[in-house]
Design a protein around this ligand. Sequence first.
Ligand code: C5P
Length: 265
Amino acid sequence: QHRALVVVAAGSGQRLGQGMPKALVDLGGRPLLAHALEAMSPQAAPGLELELLVLVLPGEPEAREKLAALGADHARRTGVEVVVCEGGSSRPVSVARGMDAVTDHARRHGWDAERLTVLVHDAARPLTPGDVAHRVARQVEAGSEAVVPALPVTDTIKRVLPVEETESRAAGVELQAEQVRETVPRAELRAVQTPQGFTLAFLQRAFAHLGDIADAEAEALTDEAMIAEALGVDVVVVPGDARALKITTPADLLAAEALVAEASG
Ligand code: C5P
């Protein structure tokens, strides 16, 4: 059994508004990617025992060089083999490129795709504890083809419909953009995190299937587990961790800074 981690870090980080790719944004004195790598290192996550780390990076040369240097530094310090590749225009494309890099490596080393666990992780979740990755990997190795870490949802979630402008005017109420259709029972909901885990064999099948569907549909896939669902493959949920929060907005960055400050005592 072998384990590889693919970290997708090719996003633009536009919503964070710092004018640089998100993986380079500073969090307590270090770029997001440095935190994400550190958390998955043999020191921080003994037992995880990754044999390969694939970094999927932006094409822009300056950002790519800085992020690749973080990868090289990680390889030096941990002895884990680090491979770098270029991402694409959407997350699924970036993940597919990372998967291709894992496939190449597996072929060269004679690793069986059925016995290779691939963990797909967002650089945008830099504080995810290694424990979460370890839990996901163990579940894949216990026989699940697709595994996601998740937490119960604390907000009340409602499904909404757009409201026609004329309709709300006619009703004499303030212009509303949306109207509640229903409340989704919260006990059934989970907020899904990363790393998500798959056998390489499953990922290869999943992306072969994606090749058959339209680009627009592929763009709507926000994680690989959605492909498993579309293929009728059971997706197993294991416990996630509050520290695995995804950094999308400046408020998320503040929350992550508080976690870093707390951890460093
Ligand atoms: O955009 P979003 O925050 O959902 O991205 C989630 C993760 O996917 C991030 O780590 C981001 O760097 C990565 N990504 C990517 N290639 C893209 C878009 C997003 O690697 N084209």
